[in-house]
Design a protein around this ligand. Structure first.
Ligand SMILES: Cc1cc2nc3c(=O)[nH]c(=O)nc-3n(C[C@H](O)[C@H](O)[C@H](O)COP(=O)(O)OP(=O)(O)OC[C@H]3O[C@@H](n4cnc5c(N)ncnc54)[C@H](O)[C@@H]3O)c2cc1C
Length: 447
């Protein structure tokens, strides 16, 4: 490894806030809105030009595709994302569930409105590069943007980067699955030129089910789940593709009357480390090429897709998994599949697990509680971590990575940060009674 010595420099303080949230995905967005609603001067910084994280950047439409008749769902800002999107014409009924599929372009505006209404100070095109840590306490972050290098100081920093960038650089112990076992990345895409009627008739004649996801998944699913409809394509590619592309397969989502298919989640690239800029570059370039191959296969094998053509790729490659912090508590598979209950619960999430070969749909009303301690890093004060980077084992991650659950952890952290500041305590020692008063006021279900 070769090094250069950078010159010491003074960095302009751009602003001082109560709560600084880094990363505007479902976790960070909910955290910022919750903290601002709890009366805090709150800033939300995001490296891209829009908020939403995977919802907008990767174009993931299905915020609550797990929801069925008996699902006992969470309440809070995540549900508000869905309802508000519907009210603003940015969502339509989702194809496999009792939920809405987001219009992920329009959701950029929905997120702007939610942020503005809550009084959050937005800062887009702004990459957080370094936490400011003094004696084990986070005091803010240094950012890079077109304005140069700027610092933002804060009483509490919430890491919503998905990759625990801030926590990791602050010295919080983090874990990553071995590269060969990590969830694949996906370049999502949208198509135009679909014969909608022909495709939907084909699906109606021969509907796929969750059982078609393959034998690995079936081992963990009930017979009822395996028989349920799933908007899934795979067998078509086995017939149409050369053997090297047999990994193609996954879900379709919205098919519009005017012949567009959006949020096609059909190509996967394993072995990518999303904390490596070289790997991310490979994933982008290969992802775009993979998409063109799968479109060719769709043209030849899927009725209604004969004349389909690329409308656009997702804004960037979609990450499912990278770093997770080691928190004061590490949520386990036993917790999420065993209706875990915790004295420090800040929210609930239905028993929905999707990843590592486990598919458990919440068709029963079972749910687990999410402990606040999973967001509190084992070391470093006044830093909380939300979204897919919260502390959990692999099976727990397959639940907490879901966007609605990311919003639960985000809202809980935003509220806890506000409570800690009001009490003059650290995030580690905040009184849960005060946190729960605000959870109640914001109508979050946590029992
Ligand atoms: C292809 C794909 C399909 C998926 N399908 C589903 C699904 O159907 N349903 C579901 O619920 N979940 C799904 N997921 C998972 C889900 O999208 C993610 O787990 C979830 O979005 C994680 O939310 P988050 O807020 O933790 O992080 P993210 O959504 O990744 O958001 C993190 C944000 O932080 C920003 N950021 C990162 N680093 C910095 C930095 N240093 N400075 C400033 N900003 C930064 C990023 O730009 C981003 O906007 C899918 C994921 C992928 C990739």
């Amino acid at each position: 490894m070769r090094y250069v010595q950078e010159q010491p420099r003074q960095t302009v303080v751009h602003d001082t806030v109560d709560v600084l949230v880094v990363g505007g995905g479902p976790g960070g967005l909910a955290a910022a809105i919750a903290a601002a609603r709890a009366g805090m001067k709150t800033m939300l910084i995001e490296r891209h030009g829009c908020f939403g994280g995977n919802m907008t950047v990767a174009g993931v439409e299905s915020l609550a595709w797990y929801r069925h008749e008996k699902t006992l769902d969470t309440e809070g800002i995540g549900i508000e994302f869905e309802r508000r999107a519907f009210q603003m014409g940015a969502a339509i009924p989702e194809v496999q569930s009792d939920s809405y599929a987001l219009d992920t372009e329009l959701f950029k505006h929905v997120a702007d409105v939610l942020v503005t209404e809550a009084g959050v100070i937005p800062l887009l095109h702004c990459l957080a590069v370094e936490p400011i840590v003094i004696d084990g306490v986070v005091k803010g972050v240094v950012t890079e943007s077109k304005s140069g290098r700027l610092a933002v100081l804060a009483a509490v920093v919430i890491d919503g980067t998905g990759d625990a960038d801030i926590a990791f650089r602050a010295g919080v112990p983090c874990v990553m699955s071995p590269i060969g076992e990590r969830q694949a990345v996906t370049m999502t895409f949208n198509l135009s030129g679909i014969d909608t009627h022909q495709f939907l008739s084909y699906v109606a004649e021969d509907p796929a089910t969750y059982g078609d996801w393959g034998e690995d998944w079936a081992q963990q699913s009930s017979e009822e789940e395996r028989r349920m409809f799933s908007p899934y394509l795979e067998k078509q590619f086995r017939q149409a593709c050369p053997a090297e592309h047999w990994g193609f397969g996954g879900s379709w989502s919205t098919i519009t009357e005017d012949g567009q298919a959006t949020y096609l989640n059909l190509v996967h690239r394993a072995g990518i480390d999303c904390t490596s800029v070289a790997d991310l570059t490979t994933a982008e370039i290969e992802g775009r090429a993979q998409v063109l191959e799968v479109i060719k296969a769709m043209n030849s094998s899927i009725p209604g897709f004969e004349h389909a053509r690329l409308r656009n790729y997702g804004m960037a490659i979609g990450t499912r998994e990278s770093r997770k912090i080691t928190g004061e508590y590490t949520l386990t598979g036993t917790d999420v599949l065993g209706e875990g209950r915790f004295p420090d619960s800040i929210g609930i999430f239905p028993e929905f697990v999707d990843g590592y070969g486990i598919l458990r749909l919440p068709v029963t009303g079972r749910y687990f509680q999410i402990p606040y301690r999973a967001m509190v890093p084992a070391q470093i004060e006044n830093l909380l971590v939300v979204g897919r980077a919260v502390s959990g084992d692999r099976t727990a991650h397959a639940a907490t990575r879901n966007m609605m659950c990311c919003a639960v952890t985000g809202q809980g952290a935003g509220i806890a940060a506000a409570a800690a500041i009001k009490q003059g305590r650290t995030c580690r020692t905040v009184s849960l009674e005060t946190v729960r008063k605000e959870l109640d006021r914001q109508q979050v279900r946590y029992t």
